[in-house]
Design a protein around this ligand. Structure first.
Ligand code: AMP
Ligand code: ZN
Length: 459
């Protein structure tokens, strides 16, 4: 079995072979920290978290880097609008992003470089590009000269006219070519800036990633990822800068891009005002359900987000946890994720197929009759869940945990259940039924089993 990944650059699904036998390097473009991440922003975080988990099953050393863009005109605008210092904004939203992603079961990256901590490396990279004739200075700016890189446009497959229109460049008079893009720009006193050979200024967005990748992972990495809106211009430009600064060494072996999350089939974006933030969603649903909903579609396909998609994911997890709860007294046999699960993910991270595999395992667990079979299947369900970043909680905790904004009081329910048991013991079935209805009206389902009465939130 080998891992096959769709490569945006080759436009084909290729067998993944690490460039070096001793390590795998992955870089995903991270958030620009000036507001809350929306659920669309969480999609790449969750998708690449699954990829990294899968890589770690095979490779002892996977170095995963996800940057924080903490210098950007949108951040400057947010600081101005709110009257807060820039660093207060970036620190606040970077912290919120980390905790939101952790709530979705996304493991922290091994390296989390911040753009503002790499200004000397960025300047050095720009100097190399000037020295090699790929960049030039003009009126305090440094620009990358697109015609100097023949392969420009290969990643996005755009032709020249498209690129110029797509880059939405206001064609400044000092540009040698309309497609040229900024590596460094001058800063006025009220804007963040650093001294440089070209005067006080700040880096363009694209060069930040090129410099952070070279610093932490090397000239060529195995996998570079992000949402498909980043293919052009961001990744096209990263690719060009890095190759030109490193004597043609390619920036990445595989380029992976996730499809967009939409709402009523429209792209989720701030300008359309159809945004649901992860932060807000976490007050209404468990992070694990949000994660499972994000993985319900193949990562390259669009995913139309709705309350229904989320409710369905929650119900599925309830079913899985219920099956695990039934075998809570049985020790799981330790094992790796089953081959069928690995095979699904090996096929370009086919998470819908992986979801079907885990559902089949759960069904088999429900139907198991011997303790040995239950122990084996429980082990397989837990290992499969670990690979996908789900099912690692205590089942009873999941089944009784209220969604953060419901008013279910676990103590009150336990008290009612005890009262119902007492009523039944006293053969007061009318009272027992009344209590059951009272519990149901609270949105809680109870189940009488040989080992006692269990309760969970209705999904
Ligand atoms: P940004 O902070 O805007 O640079 O976005 C962070 C990441 O989220 C990038 O990888 C984007 O491509 C990705 N992204 C933004 N919007 C969406 C969306 N609606 N669906 C999926 N990915 C998105
Ligand atoms: Zn980037």
């Amino acid at each position: 079995m080998s891992l096959n990944l769709y490569n945006t650059l080759t436009r084909s699904k290729d067998v993944f072979t690490p460039l070096r036998p001793d390590r795998v390097t992955v870089y995903v473009c991270g958030p620009t920290v000036y507001n809350h991440a929306h659920i669309g922003n969480a999609r790449p975080a969750v998708v690449f978290d699954v990829l990294v988990r899968l890589l770690r099953t095979r490779h002892d050393r996977v170095i995963f880097a996800r940057n924080v863009t903490d210098v950007d005109d949108k951040i400057n605008a947010a600081a101005k609008a709110t009257g807060q210092p820039i660093s207060a904004i970036t620190e606040k939203y970077a912290t919120i992003y980390r905790s939101d992603m952790a709530a979705l079961g996304v493991a922290a990256p091994d390296v989390e470089p911040h753009a503002t901590a790499h200004i000397p490396q960025i300047i050095a990279l720009i100097e190399r590009l000037i020295a090699s004739g790929h960049a030039y200075t003009a009126e305090g700016h440094v620009l990358f000269n697109v015609p100097a890189f023949a392969a420009y446009g290969k990643l996005s497959g755009r032709d020249r006219d498209d690129m110029i229109a797509g880059a939405r460049v206001d064609v400044a008079p000092y540009k040698k070519d309309p497609a040229d893009f900024v590596l460094w720009k001058p800063s006025t006193d009220d804007l963040p800036g650093w001294p440089s050979p070209w005067g006080r200024g700040r880096p363009g967005w694209h060069i930040e990633c090129s410099a952070m990748i070279a610093t932490h992972l090397g000239e060529t990495i195995d996998i570079h990822g992000g949402g498909n809106d980043l293919i052009f211009p961001h990744h096209e430009n990263e690719l060009a800068q890095s190759a030109c600064a490193h004597h043609g060494a390619p920036l990445a072996g595989v380029w992976m891009h996730n499809g967009f999350l939409t709402m009523d089939k429209e792209k989720m974006s701030k300008s359309l005002g159809n945004i649901v933030t992860v932060h807000e969603l976490l007050t209404r649903a468990p992070g694990e359900a949000i994660r499972w909903a994000l993985l319900s579609a193949h990562y390259r396909q669009p995913l139309d987000w709705s309350d229904d998609v989320l409710a369905q994911a929650k119900r599925t997890l309830d079913r899985f946890y219920l099956a695990l709860d039934q075998v809570k007294g049985i020790t799981a046999t330790p094992t790796n994720a089953p081959n069928a699960m690995i095979a699904a993910l090996d096929d370009d991270l086919n998470t819908p197929k992986a979801a079907a595999e885990i559902a089949a395992l759960v069904k088999a667990l429900n139907g198991a009759t011997t303790d040995a079979e239950k122990a084996r299947l429980k082990g397989e369900v837990l290992a499969a869940g670990k690979l996908l970043g789900i099912l690692q909680q205590e089942p009873s905790q999941w089944l009784t945990a209220a969604a953060p904004d419901t008013n279910v009081d676990a103590g009150e329910i336990e008290r009612l259940i005890a009262a119902r048991i007492a009523a039944r013991k006293a053969k007061d079935f009318k009272e027992a039924d009344r209590i059951r209805d009272q519990i149901a009206a609270m949105g809680v389902v109870i189940e009488d089993r040989a080992d006692g009465t269990r309760w969970r939130l209705a999904s």
